[in-house]
Each structure stands twice: as structure tokens, then as C-alpha cells.
Design a protein around this ligand. Structure first.
Ligand code: URA
Length: 233
């Protein structure tokens, strides 16, 4: 790839800043100063230094975010803050996006990545990737409600929801595992059985649990093992 593209991708600066850095001789490739922006580099094997620091090209990035309430699952929004804006500047590559959506008021595990192929596989309805939500209800659920949720309910789509798993996790709390990701699905499922969701947090996705050391708004990179688990999900 072109050297200037590489430097932008690894977040050394904007295209025009990168041009300046190159002009000033602040970039070396395999120990030689390179001032030419369209110089071709091999991002995997060349040793590229900027201001004396080695730059590493990582093609794909994967972040586990504990989404706080009040931000939207988008890259840009005119009125609200977005999940991508929660990333520190040095991590905020232009190509990062959230994998699917959580409602603005929903908290919990949201994956952010620039890996389009994995995203597609995780979101395709055929895959039925598991998602578990901690649901806080307006009133305690009855056994019958839980049974209906587990068997699948009519939420006004062509077909009822797929069978899921509903476990009690407190007086008015349920852990609900579902395998689809229809718009407002969890809220609509509880509405369909006559109850109401007052708070929602996703605690696992694609076989990975939300890291409970992450406070709302915090994130961390996935480990290689975790990325593998997602690929196998
Ligand atoms: N179901 C919902 O109703 N909302 C979410 O944010 C996720 C699942």
C-alpha cells in the first residue's frame, strides 16, 4: 500500500499532516528516510518508523464496549453521542463500526470492529448467534410468561420468535437468551406476554461474556482467543 495511506491508517495524522511529516523526513522505511507519499510499502514486513517509533499495522481491530445508556449504536449522529465517539482518539480509526445495534437506552456488550466479513457472519439471520440480556421488568414475570418466551412469541413478524432461554436473576430480573436480532426484539417479546422492560443490558454475545471490569462507556480489545470464539460462533 502507499506509505501515506499506511500512515493514515495507523493514525499518525490526517492526510495533510502525514504529508508534512514525510516532507520533514520524520518517516523511515527499513532504516531509510522516505519523503515520497506514494512510496509502496509492505505493511506486514517493512519496518516503518515515525519520529523514532515503530508503527505496527493491524488490519482488523475488535473492541468489546460496555455501551452506556444515552448513546446511539452508529458511527455518526446529528443529535446524540455515538458508540464510536467513546473510543479514544488513537483507537478511533475511520473504518470502525458497531456490529448490530443496541437501543439508545440499552447498555452492555457491543462489539466494535472494522472486520466487515465477520460482522456479516455474526449478523446474518441464518446464523442464530446467541445473545443474552439481563432484563429488568416492571413487575415480576410469571412462570407462564417465561414458558411462552422460551417457546417463542408472536411479535408481529412473519413468524414467532425462535425458542430461547429465560432464567430468573432476581425479583424483577430475567436473563433472556435469544438467537435473533429483530428490531427492539426483547422489549417486544416481553410486551407480547403482557409485561414491560424498564432496563436492558446485553451481557453476552456470540459466546463471549461482557467483561465485568468494564464500566459503562469503557472498552478493551478482544484477545486472540476471543476473536477466534467469535469467528466460530
Ligand atoms: N432488544 C431490544 O428490545 N433492545 C435492544 O437494544 C436489544 C435487544
Amino acid at each position: 500500500m502507499r506509505l501515506d495511506k499506511f500512515l493514515c491508517e495507523v493514525n499518525t495524522g490526517t492526510r495533510s499532516q502525514v504529508k508534512e511529516f514525510l516532507k520533514k523526513g520524520q518517516v523511515t522505511v527499513n532504516s531509510a528516510v522516505v519523503k515520497n507519499a506514494d512510496f509502496k510499502v509492505n505493511e506486514n514486513t517493512d519496518e516503518i518508523y515515525f519520529q523514532g517509533k515503530r508503527l505496527c499495522y493491524q488490519h482488523f481491530v475488535y473492541y468489546m464496549l460496555n455501551k452506556p445508556g444515552g448513546v446511539v449504536s452508529a458511527t455518526r449522529d446529528n443529535t446524540s453521542g455515538t458508540v464510536v465517539e467513546l473510543l479514544r482518539e488513537e483507537d478511533r480509526r475511520k473504518d470502525i463500526f458497531p456490529v448490530g445495534r443496541l437501543d439508545k437506552d440499552t447498555e452492555g456488550f457491543l462489539l466494535l470492529t472494522n472486520d466487515g466479513e465477520l460482522t456479516h457472519r455474526l449478523l446474518t439471520p441464518k446464523k442464530h448467534v446467541d445473545k443474552t440480556y439481563l432484563v429488568t421488568l416492571e413487575r415480576e414475570a410469571t412462570d407462564e410468561e417465561l414458558l411462552r418466551l422460551e417457546q417463542g412469541v408472536d411479535i408481529g413478524e412473519e413468524k414467532p420468535t425462535l425458542p430461547g432461554k429465560a432464567e430468573r436473576a432476581g425479583d424483577r430480573k430475567i436473563l433472556l437468551t435469544i438467537h435473533e436480532g429483530k428490531f427492539h426484539q426483547v422489549k417486544r417479546m416481553f410486551q407480547a406476554v403482557g409485561n414491560r422492560v424498564i432496563a436492558l443490558k446485553r451481557v453476552s454475545f456470540g459466546g463471549l461474556e461482557l467483561d465485568d471490569s468494564l464500566n459503562p462507556g469503557e472498552y478493551r480489545e478482544l484477545t486472540e482467543d476471543e476473536v477466534r470464539i467469535l469467528h466460530d460462533a
